[in-house]
Each structure stands twice: as C-alpha cells, then as structure tokens.
Ligand binder design. Structure first.
Ligand code: ATP
Ligand code: MG
Length: 399
C-alpha cells in the first residue's frame, strides 16, 4: 500500500453524548454519501468516531464538500499510510514539507507537537513511543523546537486497524447534528429570507425537513412557487429525500375575507396555513412544524399573534429564528446560499388580501367567531386535495 491522500471527518464525542450512537452514525454516513453522490470515485472507510474519504477529486475539493456536511465538527486532510513507524514518520515529514515548505527548516518561529493515538491497539509501539519516534524525525529534518502546550504545528497520528492516518492541519466543519437524527419536521416555506434559514437551523439540530409552500393561486402567478423550488433545491445539499408540497390557498383566502375577517385577515390566514400544515405534517409523519417567525420583526409577529397561530396546530411550532435580528438572518442566508434566491421578486400570497389595517392583537374569541362561520375541516381537506408534490431531483438542474 502506498501513502494515499484522504480526508478525515470527525463528529466529536460531545455531540453524541446521551444519544444513540448507531442512529447518529447511520444518518451521518447517509448525509455524507448524499453530499458526494455525484462522485463515483468516492470511497468511505468507517472507523471508530471517524469517516475517511478518498476520491479522485482533488483533496481541496473533497475538503470543501466535507465542510458543508451537517454533523461534522472537524475536517482533516490526511495521508493514509501503511502501519509501520517508518512509513508514519516519512509521511509526516513529507506532509510538513508540502504544507510549510523546506524553507522553514531551522526556523524557531515554528514549534511543533506530535499527537499520537491508537484506535486499534494492535501496533508494535505505544502512542507515546510512536509520537517520540515521529517527533525525532521531524526534529532531525526541520530543527523546530517541541512545544507540547501550544505548538504552531500539530502532527496528528491515528493508528487504525488497516492503516495509520497522518495529518498536519485541521479545519472546523459545519457542526450540528446529522440531519435526520432528531426526527422529522415540516417547514412552512415562504419566498422570504427567514424560513429557508429557519429550515437550515432545524436541519442543523438533526431534523429531517419536509417543506410546504402556500401560494395565492389561482389569484397569483407561479413566481413564489418557483422560488420555493429553488430554495428547496439549494437546501437539498444538506439532506437527501427532500419534498416540497405546494398548496394553492387563494380561494380559501377569499372565503376568509367574505366571512368578514377584516383586520383579522392576516392572522386568520396564518391560522389557516398552520392548520393545513398540521394535517399535512401528520400524514408525513412529521412531529413538529418549523417557521421563520422572529418575535416582533413584522406587525404580524407580535406575541399575541404568535400565540394565536400556535393554537391552530396540534403539533409544536418551532421557531429557530425567534431571537434573530434581520441582519443576522440575512448574513446566514448568504452563507447558506439561499439569500440570492430569496431576494428575487415574487407574489406573496400573504399580501394578496391586505386589509386597510392589520390587527397586531387579536383575541381567541374574535378568531373563533370568524372561523365558526366557515367549515374549516372541509376547507383544509379541499386545500390538501390540490397539493402538488415535488422533489429536487425532478426539477430543472440548477444553473
Ligand atoms: P419569511 O422571510 O420567511 O417570508 P417573514 O418575515 O416574511 O418571513 P411572515 O410573512 O410573517 O414573515 O411569515 C412568517 C412565517 O410564516 C414564515 O417564515 C414562514 O415560515 C411562514 N409563511 C409565511 N408565508 C408562507 C407561505 N406562503 N407558505 C408557507 N409558509 C409561509
Ligand atoms: Mg414573508
């Protein structure tokens, strides 16, 4: 076996604490396979607490992709080498030359430490002996002082059952918990900036997300649905098997207006979409709804209105952005890659029927009286018979 470049993915023991390790690892593996699914040359080796990826792709590209995967805390470019102390030391020297250059030999600016561990103990040297062996070679080659406390350079040596992994640098990963390891949720996805970021945050806490988008059809055009598709497509990098459910509610919105919603139109619409989402979530096996609400951000997101939408759902409504400022949401949207899509114009169904004044407070009694004039169960049932289901794989390729 010749030394072979690879990338190590680690998830940190802390994340697993109190969790089912098998479940956690299964979801993580599935997400990594999904993120790399277009790379036929990919090989994943599973070791205790570590995944080792090798591929024909340049190591740099493999690294960048790995850093996108939710649930990975550390990403390390490494060499996979034969299980002999000589091979390990030679590879460490080679990597240090490649990374820091021969010109730095003798430089006292650099200090180093070798950290060795054995995930497999069937090896001729103890961890300490192996670290000392490699350290001696590095010292001979570069003349750098050893600093075990806070070295400039750390050489990491990890003995495994079929190989030893050697690396000289590490990067932070995306963090979070593997998507799917915390259960399922249904995200209420509008065309705005907030809900896609809320979805990303929910996925980061391990929730497998399905999506529902309500359009004002037949009174509005398809622009908001196109945006919803594009957003789901962008988010589908993080999760396999994504589904977008598009539900036209224009007619139902008119029914609310005709029933005399007046100032309550916005909160009544919100209750209607939450009620429909709740029924849909039960059918999909989701255990929570997720919205992009942030307290006080717009006039409809007062505590009173949040409470009144909450009561329309039998499932908990999770609001990952509750404490975010708008600029924090925008920055995260850019980072996640949904910002540009959210910035596109659309026809928001919530604005289809805007009363001259929007109630910032509404009492449950007012809402019960209004809703009593309609057969809500039938209305919701009708809405859901018109649902259109799409998955990113069926959509036009992203440009
Ligand atoms: P966003 O930026 O996500 O559109 P917003 O600041 O515009 O949020 P609202 O319009 O009050 O706020 O919507 C609050 C939340 O309600 C959204 O984040 C989303 O979760 C849900 N929502 C609003 N409109 C729709 C819609 N047409 N389809 C699905 N969910 C929606
Ligand atoms: Mg909006």
């Amino acid at each position: 076996m010749r030394p072979q470049p690879c990338v190590l993915l680690k998830y940190g023991e802390l994340a697993i604490k109190g969790r089912n390790r098998g479940l956690f690892e299964r979801h993580l593996l599935r997400n990594v396979e999904h993120a790399m699914s277009d790379d036929a040359s990919l090989r994943i080796r599973q070791r205790a607490g570590v995944l080792a990826l090798s591929s024909r792709l340049p190591q740099q590209e493999l690294m960048e992709r790995a850093r996108q995967v939710i649930g990975i805390s550390v990403v390390q470019p490494a060499l996979r080498v034969p299980r002999t102390p000589e091979d390990v030391a030679a590879s460490a020297v080679r990597m240090l030359h490649e990374r820091f250059g021969a010109g730095h030999a003798g430089s006292t600016e650099y200090s180093f430490a070798v950290r060795a561990r054995r995930r497999n103990k069937d090896f001729p040297l103890t961890s300490e002996q192996l670290a000392a062996h490699v350290g001696q070679r590095v010292c001979d080659e570069f003349g750098w002082p050893v600093d075990l406390g806070s070295p400039r350079i750390e050489v990491m040596v990890e003995v495994d059952r079929n190989e030893v992994f050697v690396s000289v640098e590490k990067y932070s990963g995306q963090g979070g918990l593997p998507v799917g390891s915390s259960g399922r949720a249904l995200v209420l996805l509008s065309g705005g900036f907030d809900s896609p970021v809320a979805a990303y945050r929910a996925m980061r806490r391990g929730l497998h997300c399905d999506f529902v988008h309500f359009t004002g059809a037949p009174y509005t055009g398809p622009s908001s649905s196109y945006k919803a598709y594009a957003l789901v497509r962008q988010l589908s990098r993080f999760q396999p098997d994504m589904r977008l459910h598009v539900v036209p509610i224009g007619t139902a919105q008119r029914s609310l207006a005709t029933a005399g919603a007046g100032q309550l139109q916005i909160v009544a619409q919100r209750r209607l979409i939450v009620r429909a989402a709740d029924v849909l979530a039960h059918r999909l096996g989701a255990e929570a709804l997720v919205t992009g609400d942030s307290l006080g951000q717009v006039s409809s997101q007062t505590l009173s209105n949040l409470a009144n939408t909450e009561s329309a759902s039998s499932l908990p409504i999770l609001r990952p952005l509750l404490g975010y400022d708008k600029d924090e949401v925008m920055a995260e949207a850019r980072r996640v890659g949904t910002g540009e899509i959210s910035a596109l114009p659309d026809e928001d169904c919530c604005k289809l029927i805007m009363p001259p004044r929007v109630a910032t407070r509404s009492t449950p009694e007012q809402l019960t009286r209004l809703e009593g004039r309609l057969d809500l169960d039938e209305l919701v049932e009708k809405l859901l018979t018109n649902v259109q289901v799409l998955s990113p794989e069926e959509l036009a390729p992203a440009s």
